[in-house]
Design a protein around this ligand. Structure first.
Ligand code: ZN
Ligand code: CU
Length: 485
């Protein structure tokens, strides 16, 4: 009797996510699992696609996102699945949508407004309620969830301009413990941002104590990514050491003209500490950053673009210098008129970006901001840009390494069992792309566009993206971290 498969991808070039050399095979899917990788003869098959030498890879894992709310408000997630992303890590940079016991009154404190500038989405009294909502209304992609230290501070402290006191720390610990028990893979911090900047190292260590019980991850948008970037690395590693948990350095970069070239120093520092403790890092493939608009950030960038403004939305997409000139104001005064707002800052050195991307342990994470009116193109184009521009066109690393940085490496870092490798028995998260054609669709001028060359994307065995369109299937699951790997 012939074997039965739901889908067979024939004549694929398999790039399996481990970094191993590509090979030719057919790939068969049964239900939500990869049932066979090899030559498949006669079989009883629901659907067959001849890939004619296109690449079949594990679905990409976006190591760094702010998709907490996107998964609920735009569950087809075209910005993600159009790039071949099948799993997103949400809750980064200290800001998670949950939990928010008591909700938020009025406009959320920046940078929480990157998730929702009106505040109504901060409606989950505990983390379990958020997880339950995702289970009840699943999005197209799988999710790995972090709980944010800034969210914990805003939820539990009356005055966030000072370090937490003993009672507040105890409360944050118990909220964090609930989140970890409900499925959070770790805690993120955003010590750079105002609502967390007053937290000294010891506060972070104390609040993160529950991580040790769950072997959760400590992920951090560091206190300083500019002049004091090495001090900030040391602080992050110390927190990981004192807690005995793995550290992930978010969107690693060196900001500001006078720091250009210092990735030599930061990568050497990371490499040295990796001999003694568990450290990962992610990066996005651009030399422009994006976050909330502040006068300081704008002053240290060579160019600033406005991505959104609540009060003056007509300036989204415009150059800040032009906006200031049109208003007849200084740049600082124009910023004061625009905020709350977001911006893109050209502030990095291309050589640093390439050195960090090429570093073996670096994972690819978009850091996309899905609710910006005129978003940084990293939201739609991170993965195809790495595959097309950096790997194929510049030859910065092989296709096998590019895929590993978006799949196998990321699954191992986050402890995602059965993900990140295209193997028999793994979950059927699969991205099929044309290696000759894959490229970024979105640009700084036109930031919302699907990538050419991404042909089929499957999540848990279901097709979510097919020849240029989201299918409307929403098979995503909340993934639990399996520690001790
Ligand atoms: Zn960040
Ligand atoms: Cu981020």
């Amino acid at each position: 009797m012939a074997e039965h498969f739901d889908l067979v991808l024939r004549n694929a070039v398999v790039v399996d996510g481990s970094g191993a050399p590509r090979f030719e095979a057919d790939v068969a899917v049964r239900k939500s699992v990869i049932a066979r990788v090899g030559r498949i003869g006669s079989a009883c098959v629901e659907r067959e696609i001849d890939l004619q030498g296109k690449v079949a890879a594990p679905g990409f894992i976006d190591a760094h996102t702010h998709d907490d709310r996107l998964m609920l408000s735009d569950p087809d997630m075209p910005a993600k699945v159009s790039q071949g992303v099948t799993t997103v890590v949400a809750g980064n940079c200290g800001i998670s949508l949950a939990p928010m016991p008591g909700g938020v009154r009025g406009a959320p404190t920046p940078p929480l407004d990157l998730l929702d500038d009106a505040g109504g989405w901060f409606r989950f009294p505990n983390f379990a309620a958020y997880v339950e909502e995702l289970n009840r209304h699943p999005p197209a992609t799988n999710a790995v969830l972090l709980v944010g230290h800034t969210t914990l501070r805003v939820a539990t402290m009356r005055d966030i301009g000072r370090p937490a006191d003993e009672r507040e720390i105890a409360r944050m610990q118990s909220v964090a413990r609930e989140a970890l028990a409900a499925g959070a893979a770790g805690i993120s911090t955003g010590l750079y941002y105002e609502p967390a900047a007053a937290a000294p190292t010891w506060e972070v260590i104390e609040v993160c104590r529950p991580l040790a019980e769950f072997d959760g991850l400590y992920c951090t948008h560091m206190r300083d990514e500019a002049d004091r970037v090495v001090d900030s690395l040391e602080e992050s590693f110390r927190i990981g050491r004192e807690l005995g948990v793995p550290v992930v350095i978010s969107h690693h970069k060196v900001n500001g003209v006078r720091n250009h070239g210092r990735s030599h120093e930061t990568l050497a520092c990371i490499e040295r500490h990796r001999q003694e403790q568990d450290i990962g890092l992610d990066a996005y493939p651009y030399c422009a950053a994006s976050t909330i608009l502040t006068a300081d950030r704008a002053a240290s960038a060579s160019r600033t673009l406005v991505t959104w403004s609540r009060i003056l939305p007509q300036f989204a997409g415009r150059d800040l210098a032009e906006v200031a000139a049109q208003m007849g104001l200084s740049q600082d005064e124009a910023v004061a008129r625009l905020i709350p707002a977001g911006a893109i800052y050209f502030s990095m050195d291309e050589a640093d970006v390439q050195r960090i991307l090429a570093y073996g342990p670096t994972m690819i994470g978009s850091d996309g901001l899905p609710h910006d009116a005129f978003p940084h193109p990293r939201l739609w184009a991170t993965f195809p840009r790495v595959l097309g521009h950096y790997s194929r066109d510049l030859g910065l690393f092989s296709l096998e390494q590019a895929v590993r940085k978006m799949t196998g490496l990321t699954a191992r870092t986050y402890g995602l069992e059965g993900r990140g490798l295209l193997r028999e028995g793994a979950w059927a998260d699969i991205t099929v792309f044309d290696p000759a054609r894959v490229a970024e669709g979105a640009t700084f001028e036109h930031p919302i566009a699907a990538a050419p060359g991404i042909e089929y994307v499957l999540v848990n065995g279901e097709m979510v993206w097919e020849v240029g369109r989201a299918t409307g299937a929403r098979p995503g699951q909340v993934l639990r971290r399996v520690a001790g790997r």
